[in-house]
Design a protein around this ligand. Structure first.
Ligand SMILES: [Zn+2]
Length: 335
């Protein structure tokens, strides 16, 4: 359909003229005015459709581009609406996170000397787009095993409206401000190695911004962040877990189920361990992503006394002290 013909305006009509033509045609063909004449109703629908497209600057540019060279009356269907506007609605809350540190990743400057003539084949210098950076949150158990994580971000990708040319209807494309590219949401699985270090950067080649006017893309840098674990503390490759014991368990020794990053295991606590002593579970720490030896897991012994022992329990503890002849302050002070 030729929307200009439907409204009876020339192709270069300004918005004011288009609006006036629409009002005139709508008044003439409105069902209320024509008493339900089917031909008028069909006309009215076409008028509304034409005005819908021609009154929106972006859609009009796209229509002009897509219908250029087409014969009047050729079918034209509007492509699905994409681009910054729709993106903002869906990802509005997410954007600040992605841009937090990559905030400089806006438009590159258009290469100097680029202009209308630069659009001709051979003339434009293709500039590589910028790298992007985003953070990936991992939990410690996931890091120990390695795997992949889905990340969502946005990057400048070839503009759909102008086919990355930056030009529509002899003017700068309205969707991309003549840059030939526009923000597009992306979602992808980023693999990370077992033992990935906090602060390390994973490189995903070619997932940065595309350059202006069809230039090749930069890379995506994904910075690893590791969330603190409620039980485990880490020092580089080693993992520490607090191990509270009763006086009896510490004195007599015991076998206990304890958690590791790789699932629970049974640990043998030798008799006579002291608070602060570390028991090592060999190579149950984090793997080295560079192929070195894995860390260990250490159980840090704590002694926990009963909070509110019964009279009988107190009596047993008194007898325990008598039996051991324990004199913990001997030689400590000189009073
Ligand atoms: Zn464009």
């Amino acid at each position: 359909m030729d929307y200009y013909a439907i409204l009876g305006v020339p192709r270069d009509a300004d918005p004011e003229r288009i609006r006036a033509a629409y009002r005139r045609a709508a008044r003439r063909d409105h069902p209320d005015a024509t008493g339900g004449d089917p031909a008028a109703e069909a006309r009215f629908k076409r008028v509304c459709e034409a005005y819908d497209v021609l009154s929106d600057a972006h859609r009009r540019l796209r229509y002009d581009r897509d219908s250029a060279g087409a014969h009047p009356g050729d079918a034209w269907t509007e492509p699905p609406r994409t681009g910054p506007a729709g993106f903002e609605e869906v990802f509005g809350g997410f954007r600040s996170g992605v841009y937090g540190r990559g905030g400089s990743a806006a438009f590159e400057e258009v290469p100097s000397g680029w202009g209308r003539s630069g659009l001709r084949p051979g003339a434009p210098r293709r500039v590589r787009g910028r790298d992007r950076e985003l953070e990936m949150d991992l939990d410690l158990v996931g890091v120990a095993r390695g795997g992949s994580r889905r990340v969502q971000f946005s990057r400048l990708a070839p503009c759909v409206a102008c086919g990355a040319s930056g030009e529509a209807r002899g003017m700068a494309c309205g969707d991309c401000s003549g840059q030939g590219r526009a923000l597009r949401p992306e979602s992808m699985e980023v693999p990370f190695p077992a033992g990935a270090r906090p602060g390390s950067r994973l490189v995903v080649a070619g997932m940065g911004d595309f350059g202006p006017l069809g230039g090749p893309p930069g890379d995506l840098f994904v910075v690893v962040r590791v969330h603190p674990h409620p039980w485990f503390r880490t020092e580089d490759r080693d993992v520490f877990l607090s191990l509270p014991l009763t006086p009896h368990e510490a004195t007599a020794g015991c076998r206990l189920r304890v958690p590791t990053l790789y699932g629970p295991t049974t640990a043998s606590v030798p008799a006579g361990v002291r608070p602060g002593q570390r028991l090592r579970l060999k190579e149950r720490g984090l793997p080295d992503p560079d192929g070195g030896p894995s860390g260990h897991q250490y159980l840090e012994v704590e002694l926990v006394l009963p909070e509110d022992p019964s009279e009988e329990a107190r009596e047993l503890l008194r007898r325990f002290d008598g039996l051991t002849g324990h004199t913990p302050r001997r030689g400590l002070w000189d009073l």
